[in-house]
Design a protein around this ligand. Structure first.
Ligand code: BG6
Length: 487
């Protein structure tokens, strides 16, 4: 077992109450993540009580968890690790009611002994969030607890305000952890390191040097078993108002006074306050062909499975710099990038036909995939006679460091942070409400959905949206693979 550095794990034994324990997120991420955290020694004393609508017993829940871990845990599951983990699991169906839940948690606490803390993880759709909060209140599980709320946090400004108010009737703000797993991704945090640990880039991180920014997260995935959730949610609520805007804030914020929760939230919230309301004219909504025929989808559905938009941050640093955001399902490639296009030189002395500017501006690109890559592209001279220019690049990949094995999956990182009470990578009520506020014009007046064929980059009108610029994806050259010869 790898040695866990001190201060990384929680100080107290933990009982995790996982509400939505048989759902998609629990199966894909939370159960495999908890399995890893427990078996690798990050959480030495832990018990997990699964809760969901399914009327199953603890053994059936263990079987479900085992199947999920075998399918989604990225490494081979050792039999001994699984049987140790299986002992930590218990289950209570929602129908059994608050008393049964209370009894299961107390039993787990007795088994652990000591000063136990509770972590309630609500992995449920927005409509089920408040009933789950009420259940925890009725089960008298608020004391010594923290609660992790999954996104989307509400579905618009009004519902988010109500949700926050009702949540505060049961839990105090410092107990609440609104999760956005993109902020738990190693490369997202690396944006902060890159910007604020170096003197090189921050001086050019502004409208004088940066022409535009793209945050592009196309996915090849379809909906899987999530049609019910997705029909109510759509790409804007599922991805933009949460993940993409949060990443945008890390990219655009001013240096915080300290790398601590409050100063970071303050700076992120200032970015959100400076954002102009999203103008429906600057939005392309798309839906892939065949979506309406999927099970659980309304045959006349207007839900978007794709969205691209331009947004503006009207502050001293960014006035006039467009931020283009795009994401969607069943697209041509799965990528997660932030690409920063620098302004071109004011004057060119290179001859016509030299290739200057032919491959777009210089770019700094962050790949937010777990492998965490960065590239800086620029023009350089092609060897040989005359003056021909080629686009070249400096590239870095986390794999080059030999430390890629230390990366914690985003949910794992954030679960540990929540257990330790560290809010740094979580979102605030104020920030979320402001994002719903800037979304009002779009939510009230969404442009019609345009169809796109599965495997495309979205509807045709995406090109008009960024003109006279161009989408950075698909890349004209693949990332270099350091493990390949000549890479
Ligand atoms: C989730 C969305 O929050 O993020 C999904 O609900 C999306 O629709 C997923 O596929 C993408 O996350 P990741 O970590 O796989 O990029």
């Amino acid at each position: 077992m790898a040695k866990i550095p001190p201060g990384v794990g929680p100080r107290h034994p933990q009982v995790v109450v996982l509400v939505g324990a048989s759902g998609d997120l629990a199966r894909r991420k939370l159960l495999p993540g908890l399995f890893h955290l427990c078996s690798a020694g990050f959480i030495p004393d832990c018990r997990i009580v699964g809760v969901s609508l399914d009327e199953i017993d603890a053994d059936a829940f263990r079987a479900l968890a085992k199947a999920a871990i075998e399918e989604f845990f990225p490494r081979k599951v050792k039999a001994a690790d699984w049987s140790a983990f299986a002992q930590l699991l218990d289950y209570v169906s929602l129908a059994a009611g608050p008393q049964a839940l209370n009894a299961a948690v107390l039993k787990a606490e007795q088994a652990l002994g000591g000063e136990v803390r509770r972590l309630h993880y609500l992995s449920v759709p927005p409509a089920a969030a408040l009933p789950a909060v009420r259940l925890l209140g009725e089960a008298q599980l608020v004391e010594r607890s923290r609660i992790v709320m999954e996104k989307p946090f509400g579905t618009d400004l009004e519902s988010a305000v109500v949700l926050n108010a009702k949540l505060h009737e049961v839990f105090a703000e410092e107990q609440i952890f609104r999760i956005d797993h993109f902020l738990g991704k190693e490369p997202a945090q690396n944006i902060l390191a890159f910007r604020f640990a170096n003197g090189l880039f921050e001086p050019i991180w502004n409208r004088t040097f940066i022409d535009h920014v793209q945050i592009d997260v196309p996915e090849t995935l379809g909906l899987g078993a999530r049609a019910g959730f997705y029909e109510q949610t759509g790409a804007y609520r599922d991805m933009v108002v949460t993940h993409l805007f949060q990443i945008l804030a890390f990219m655009a914020m001013e240096p915080p006074t300290a790398l601590e929760p409050k100063p970071i939230s303050e700076e992120k919230n200032k970015v959100f306050r400076s954002m102009l309301p999203v103008d429906p004219k600057d939005v392309v909504r798309g839906q892939y062909n065949g979506y309406r025929q999927e099970e659980g989808v309304d045959p006349e559905s207007d839900t978007e499975t794709f969205i691209a938009l331009k947004c503006l941050i009207d502050n001293w640093r960014w006035a006039g710099v467009p931020f283009f955001l795009r994401t969607g399902k069943k697209m041509a490639e799965g990528q997660r990038i932030i690409s920063i296009a620098f302004r071109e030189p004011p004057k060119s002395m290179f001859p016509v036909g030299s290739g200057i500017g032919a491959q777009g501006p210089d770019h700094l690109t962050f790949d937010l995939a777990d492998a965490s890559k960065m590239s800086l592209s620029f023009y350089g001279k092609r060897p040989g006679p005359g003056m021909r220019l080629d686009k070249l690049s400096l590239q870095f990949a986390m794999h080059d460091t030999g430390l890629a094995g230390d990366v914690l999956e985003a949910y794992e990182r954030l679960i540990l942070d929540a257990m330790r009470g560290d809010h740094t990578l979580f979102t605030t009520a104020e920030g979320i409400e402001r994002l719903w506020e800037v979304s009002i014009p779009l939510l009230e007046n969404p442009p019609p959905v345009r169809l796109y064929p599965p495997g495309a980059w979205g509807p045709k009108s995406i090109h008009q949206l960024v003109a006279p610029h161009a989408w950075r994806l698909p890349f004209e050259r693949a990332w270099r693979d350091p493990n390949r010869e000549g890479g």
